[in-house]
Every structure is written in C-alpha cells, then in structure tokens.
Design a protein around this ligand. Structure first.
Ligand code: BG6
Ligand code: MG
Length: 221
C-alpha cells in the first residue's frame, strides 16, 4: 500500500450532517421533501448533481433554467458555509488524527479525494491540511462520484498505481467510485449501504494503518 485516498465529508469530519440540513431546508423551500433516507443517495454527490437529484425527486427537473439552478446551488452553499463556519480541530472524527500520524510515520502518501469545492477551506478549519500530499480539485474532475475519475486523479497525484492505493469513504457513491477505479475500498458506516466495499467499519475510530494494510493485502490474495 503506497497511498491512502481520503474522502472528507463523513470521513475526516461530520460535515455530512450539515450538507443534509442545507439540502433539507432548500428542498422545503421548493416544496420537496429531503429526508434522511433520500439524503443517503446524495452523499458523495457533487453540489449540482445533488440539486438535480432533488429536483428530479420533486418531479420538477425541467422547471428551472441552468441559471436558476446555479442560484439555488449558491444559496445552498451559503447556508452550508454558515453551518460550518465555527468548525475547529475538535470536529475531527475519532481515530483520524492517530491514523494520519501512523500513515505519515510509515511514509504512505495521503490525498484528499472529496467531491467538495469547500474541501481546502474545511481542511484549514480543522488544521489538518499539512498532513496531505495533495487535494484533488473537485472543480477539475469531469465526472463526479460514482464515476472513478476523482480516485484515479488521486492515485495520479500520489504518484501511485491505483492497485497500490486504498480509498476511504462513507458514501455508497464513493465506494462505487473507488471500486470502479480498481482501488481497494474501506468504508465507514452501514454495512448494507456500503456493501460494495472490501471492508466496512462501524466507526472512524476503528480505522488504523493495520486495518487499511490488511484490506489491501487481502485484495491481493
Ligand atoms: C461531498 C458531500 O463530499 O461533497 C456531498 O458528500 C456534497 O454531500 C459534495 O454535495 C459537494 O460539496 P460542496 O461543498 O462542493 O457543495
Ligand atoms: Mg463522504
């Protein structure tokens, strides 16, 4: 294992709940219910693709022009930024700092492969940016998760073959993207939702170099 490709929202910090709140409120303004079950399908999905899914859910995908959709995205993001602005290193999920320390000591590359355009700012708020060898710029990725593009870009940024990487995700779309890239997937969350992953952990506290290394080695057997 030469590199670990990290999702951010829901893996490094629990911003997934803030994305949910912001989409839920925007949905309710539009008369479309975004409940937790539907939100599960939005995890890992880019801002514009999430909006498209919400509008489709409400049966109004054709009602908005592309300029109006952009405005709705700006509105959602403004609310999201308001929700996350007080974030501090105390909001880093359990087990993440020990994992980053272990990987750093072992000389394993670490890359952030988040669909979020807010990723660099969040890494700064959490004061963890220095751990990472690179952040894939979500704006430059053509096809979002579940397409493999972002994880292939992550492997390239690490200078590693996809076969020598492990991806860490909390979303079904993200696990699908990792697997489509030919990368070993370790997921954190519900085993049924994340069934495609090579290994599913119930908490980030269970993440460790040994667990990632084992998942990678098992895939080579
Ligand atoms: C992903 C989140 O990490 O980033 C999604 O799981 C979100 O919920 C996506 O829509 C895009 O984020 P942003 O910050 O660019 O709107
Ligand atoms: Mg995520």
């Amino acid at each position: 294992m030469k590199a670990v490709l990290f999702d951010l929202d829901g893996v490094i910090t629990d911003t997934a709940k803030f994305h949910f709140l912001a989409w839920r409120d925007l949905g309710s303004e539009l008369g479309i219910e975004v409940d937790e079950a539907f939100n599960e399908e939005l995890k890992g999905v880019s801002r514009i693709d999430s909006l498209e899914r919400i509008l489709a859910q409400g049966g109004v995908a054709d009602k908005y022009s592309s300029a109006e959709k952009d405005e709705l995205c700006v509105k959602k993001n403004a609310h999201y930024l308001e929700l996350i602005k007080e974030m501090t290193p105390a909001d880093i999920l359990p087990g993440i700092i020990p994992l980053l320390e272990e990987l750093k000591a072992a000389g394993i590359k670490m890359i952030v492969t988040s669909a979020s355009k807010n990723a660099p700012g969040i890494l700064d708020l959490l004061q963890v940016r220095a751990y990472f060898n690179g952040i894939v710029d979500a704006a430059t990725v053509k096809a979002g998760k579940p397409a493999p593009d972002i994880f292939l870009a992550g492997a390239q940024l690490a200078g590693a073959d996809p076969a020598d990487c492990v991806g860490v995700e909390d979303a079904a779309s993200g696990v699908e993207a990792i697997k489509a890239a030919g990368i070993v997937a370790v997921a954190v969350g519900d085993e049924q939702v994340l069934a495609l992953a090579d290994r599913v952990l119930s908490s980030t506290a269970d993440l460790s170099l040994a667990v990632l290394q084992e998942a990678w080695e098992n895939s080579k057997k």
